[in-house]
Structure formats: C-alpha cells, structure tokens
Design a protein around this ligand. Structure first.
Ligand SMILES: NC(=O)c1ccc[n+]([C@@H]2O[C@H](COP(=O)([O-])OP(=O)(O)OC[C@H]3O[C@@H](n4cnc5c(N)ncnc54)[C@H](O)[C@@H]3O)[C@@H](O)[C@H]2O)c1
Ligand SMILES: [Zn+2]
Ligand SMILES: [Zn+2]
Length: 365
C-alpha cells in the first residue's frame, strides 16, 4: 500500500533476516479483514508505504537470537498483538493490552522500533507487527503462537483475527451465560464468530442483524436463531419479544457503523452488557443517554482481539475446531491467490463472502 484509496499493488521488497527476539515465517494463508480495509480507505491511519495483512498462519523458517520455544518448521498462528510478558497489563493477565506493543503497533514497526522491510533502500512499514499479505514475514517471536500440525493452515489463519476477536468477545469479554439472549450487529467474519462464540457458550437465542441477505442466511446456519434485516426490522423489538419485554442480555457491535453503538445499547436489558468490537473511522464519537446509563446499570465495554490471551486461547480454539465444536470451515467462503487481493476486498465489501482467505502455499501468484 503506497497511498490511501488506491488498489494494493504486488511488488518485490527486501526482507532482512530476523533480529533478536524475532522470527521469519513463510506465510501459508491469510484472511482479509475489514481492519485492513479501514487502513486502505484511511479510516485508520497507518504509516506508508506499508504491507497490510494481520490475519495469518504459516511455518517458521528461521529464528533470531535469544528466541526460545519456537523453531524452524513449527506451524504458527500469527498474533497481531504480541506481548512482552512483564508490563503492567501482561502481569495482570491482559496481554492483548500490552504496553510494550502499543508504540510499534501504531508506528508500523516491530518491538523497539525495528523495521525489517525495505524497498530501494527506503523503509516499508510493518502493519500490526505482521504484514501477512506477502510470501514471507519477519515478526516478533511473541507473535508466533505454535499450533498442532493437523489443523489446515487456512483455518489457523482466520483464528489469527476474526475468530479470536469474535469468539473471544462472547466468551472472554461478555462471558455469555448459558440460556441467555444475545444480539449481534454485523455478520461478517467477526460477527459470525461472535455467533459461534454465543452458541458455544449456550445462549438460548442469538439474533443476527445484517442488511445483506446472504450474511443473515449464513448466520442462521452457524447458530443464530433469528435474523433481522435493518433498517426496516428492529433488533431491539425482536430482543424484547424474546425476553418478556426486557431486552437482550448481551449485544455485540461487529461492524464499524457508529449508529450501531446506540442500537446495541438500546437492545439490551437493564444490567445487560454491550460489547463494542467494530472500529468506526478514527476520531468518531458516539453518545449515550447519561441518566439511563446510571439508572439501568448497563455495562458498556470494548473488546480488543477478543480480550485474548493469545498463547492459551488460539490453540484452544483450534482444539474446539478439531473436536467439531466450532464450525470454522463455513466461515471461509472463498480462497484467492495473492494476486487477486483487491478482488478479495471487493467481495468482502459487497457481502459476497463471510471470510475471504488468500492461499499462499504455492507462493505469491
Ligand atoms: N476489536 C477488534 O479487535 C477488531 C478485530 C477485527 C476487526 N474489527 C472490526 O470489526 C468490524 C467487523 O470486521 P469484519 O472483518 O467482520 O468486517 P466485514 O466487512 O466482513 O463485516 C461487516 C458486516 O457488517 C454488516 N453491516 C454493515 N452495515 C450494517 C448495519 N448498519 N447493521 C448491521 N450490519 C451491518 C455488513 O453487511 C457485513 O456483513 C470492523 O469494523 C473491523 O475493523 C475489530
Ligand atoms: Zn482483523
Ligand atoms: Zn506487556
């Protein structure tokens, strides 16, 4: 990516060997996420030029100095929020909020400002520590989450963002209780994963909201019990019908549409939980009724990366998949070669796919 609002270009760049605490990975599969699209259109700001892509899996090629616990040949899911293990948040079991990772995340570098990508002697920035839209990547060793070898790597790839983010929002952040009622706004890769997470947790009703008919159909197939077509149909009405007029126990915002934050708030009952996952344009503000917030004791929270502990949660999700408890095959609607990356984004935006995945096993083209 050289500039906003332009198609991505496939070009040759130089990749330096992994430095201390880093590893090089041969990318095998990488999903196309709406967060990459936010960068392409300038809704989120990234340093340019950059190689996007943050939902990937691959095989470790080489490890840098001082790296323990992973070795060449290991299959890994790549975590876009690696953690240092010893900052304030890491010590409190919240590695997705790692203080040491945050500067690199926004600066387009690895830890400590390192940049391993270049083109004609000029730096090319990393994206979310990973830059998976490429045949190879140098990433922090902490981004390499070793996984079992019998998992298809395209499935592992989507666990690297959409699945962890969505299932984790339901299971880790909301802690959805068995028998509860949940509303999920947006049925893309992330929202459908929220549906899977709510189902896993034993929700009795899951209301999926999406203007695209094929997304509503897929949500119903994956475990949603009701589907709502906005703006004509109102999710809050459906939630109230299901709960003697009270409203949903949980509502999730899984699209970056600002108005959905209040819609989700309205759809929940008193003391219900609203989990915001979707990322609107940087700088967007939303309002809530202040006195109602106090009187109704609703819990309003964000969730980053499914509030995950990546090293524990991602292998667990893959175990659930292998045990037949998490239908991730259905999430991958289509695979593309890297050369069709712009088509993959177009299909995501038209609602054509639940998740599009780039297959890099035979290289870039
Ligand atoms: N919090 C995190 O850690 C995190 C991680 C990944 C993605 N995200 C964000 O989550 C959001 C979803 O990502 P995705 O990859 O699933 O996107 P996607 O484009 O695949 O899916 C978005 C879905 O929302 C639907 N939608 C659009 N307008 C809607 C409306 N008014 N009401 C209901 N549904 C509507 C679309 O039809 C689509 O199905 C994005 O904003 C993305 O940036 C956040
Ligand atoms: Zn993502
Ligand atoms: Zn940390």
């Amino acid at each position: 990516m050289h500039a906003t609002n332009e198609p991505l270009r496939i070009e040759e760049v130089e990749l330096a060997p992994p430095g201390r605490g880093e590893a090089s990975v041969r990318i095998q599969a990488t999903g196309v996420c709406h967060s990459d699209w936010n960068a392409i259109v300038g809704d989120s700001i990234v340093p340019l030029p950059s190689i996007l892509g943050h939902e990937g899996a691959g095989i470790v090629e080489e490890v840098g100095e001082g790296v323990e616990g992973i070795a060449a040949g290991d299959h890994v899911v790549l975590s876009w929020m690696p953690s240092c293990g010893h900052c304030f948040y890491c010590r409190r079991g919240r590695p997705n909020l790692c203080e040491a990772a945050l500067p690199g995340f926004f600066a387009g570098t690895l830890f400590d400002g390192a940049i391993r990508l270049s083109q004609d002697g000029k730096p090319v920035y990393h994206y979310s520590f990973l830059s998976t839209f490429a045949e190879r990547a140098v990433v922090p060793a902490a981004s390499c989450i070793p996984i079992r070898r019998d998992v298809p790597l395209e499935v592992a790839a989507i666990v690297g963002c959409a699945v962890m983010t969505g299932v984790g929002a339901a299971v880790n952040r909301a802690r959805v209780e068995a028998g509860s009622v949940a509303v999920v706004f947006g049925a893309g890769g992330v929202g459908l994963s929220v549906v899977l997470g709510c189902r896993l947790a034993g929700a009795r009703a899951i209301v999926a909201v999406d203007p695209v008919a094929s997304k509503r159909k897929l949500a119903l197939e994956l475990g949603a019990t009701h589907a709502v077509d906005p703006p004509g149909e109102d999710a809050a009405d459906v939630a109230r019908e299901l709960t003697d007029g009270r409203g949903a126990d949980y509502a999730f915002v899984a699209a970056g549409v600002p108005s959905l934050f209040l819609d989700a708030y309205t759809a929940t009952r008193r003391a219900g939980t609203v989990v915001c996952i979707g990322l609107p344009r940087e700088g967007t503000e939303v309002s809530f009724p202040a006195t109602a917030l106090v009187r109704e004791e609703k819990i309003l929270t964000g969730s980053l990366y499914g509030t995950c502990r990546d090293r524990e949660d991602m292998p667990e999700l893959l175990d659930l998949y292998m045990a037949g408890r998490l239908d991730l095959d259905r999430l991958i609607t289509r695979t593309y070669p890297l050369g069709q990356i712009n088509e993959a984004f177009a299909d995501m935006n038209s609602g054509e796919v639940a998740r599009g995945v780039l297959d890099l096993r035979d290289g870039a083209r």
